[in-house]
Write a protein that binds this ligand. Structure first.
Ligand code: PLP
Length: 304
């Protein structure tokens, strides 16, 4: 395969680096130590720099280019829509948005009929949290320490990893340990033990926080940034049961794991669990344009 950008020979990697160093502020980085890898063009699973050096994109950028770079069908759909209309106000009606929502809910479990569209994953979680709080009239959101949910107000505080700590300005968030046998917090020796003890731990956290104060449990179906931590059989069903017992909503963050990443439309399709709210972004359009959203179960949507 040849580099589709190879006719742009007047541009160099060094110019790209110079402009980047001078004017671009990168997320989650000591600015003097950001990557110097230049990506100028892409096709499928390959990307090229300006000198034509080819790389295999094993990480699909930030685990989002699920269908590969520059898929012609998506590129041409973007071009067609851009020529027709590039923006609408939220309160207006638009056929393309309706079509997109219809196709997305067709992949969700029975009963999910509506999508609230956002610009990406963080604001999808932000809005799922607001929907859960408004629906339950409760405040607290429970999420795991080994998680990443985005870089905005409530999403970064829901995040468990250390990027949360200097950004902890939103209230009403409590963290707990999810199952991860390899570094078990529960001294477990098998997946069964890990599952049982992680559920017991969550049950105790819920009881200790006061179940009537908890709006939702927010989980990545398969935690991604924390290390691709596949939940043991029975864990997600157990969390669902605990939520149901206490009138707590279950938000599954499918931003990284959804839209085919685990081989199914949604990662939770591989488990016996039905969430109340599903957040998505990344793979929904492989990140070609900013897009994410919340898929809302009908009883929650009906409250609005
Ligand atoms: C599970 C998960 N949730 C949320 C996000 C945030 O998504 P975005 O970067 O589109 O805001 C990410 C991003 O990596 C993610 O992996």
């Amino acid at each position: 395969m040849t580099d589709p950008g190879s006719d742009h020979t007047d541009v160099t990697d060094e110019l790209a680096r110079e402009l980047d160093r001078a004017h671009v502020f990168h997320s989650w980085s000591a600015q003097a130590q950001t990557s110097s890898l230049v990506i100028a063009s892409g096709r499928g699973c390959r990307v090229w720099d300006h000198a034509g050096v080819e790389y295999l994109d094993f990480s699909s950028q930030l685990v989002n280019v699920n269908i590969g770079h520059q898929h012609p069908a998506v590129v041409s759909a973007i071009r067609e829509q851009a020529e027709l209309l590039t923006t609408v106000a939220p309160a207006t009606v638009n056929l393309a948005r309706g079509e997109a929502a219809k196709r997305i809910v067709a992949r969700a479990p029975e009963g999910f009929r509506r999508v609230f569209f956002t610009n990406g994953g963080a604001d999808a979680n932000e809005n799922a949290i607001r929907l859960a709080r408004l629906t339950t009239g409760r405040d607290k959101i429970l999420s795991t320490y080994r998680s990443y949910h985005g870089n905005t107000g409530a999403a970064i505080v829901s995040t468990g990893d250390w990027r949360r700590v200097p950004n902890e300005f939103a209230r009403g968030h409590v963290h707990f340990f999810g199952p991860y046998l390899y570094r078990s917090e529960f001294w477990a020796r098998s997946q069964e033990e890990e599952c049982e003890r992680a559920l017991q731990h969550l049950r105790r956290v819920i009881e200790s926080e006061g179940p009537q104060t908890i709006a939702a449990v927010l989980l990545e179906t398969v935690p991604g940034t924390a290390g691709v931590l596949v939940p043991p059989p029975g864990y997600l069903a157990g969390v669902r049961e605990l939520c149901d017992r206490h009138g707590i909503l279950l938000i599954l963050d499918e931003v990284m794991a959804g839209f085919g990443r685990t081989g199914r439309w949604f990662a939770f399709d591989g488990y016996e669990v039905r969430p109340d709210l599903i957040t998505f972004a990344k793979g929904v359009n492989s990140g070609y344009v900013p897009a994410g959203g919340v898929i809302i179960d009908e009883p929650i949507a009906a409250g609005f």
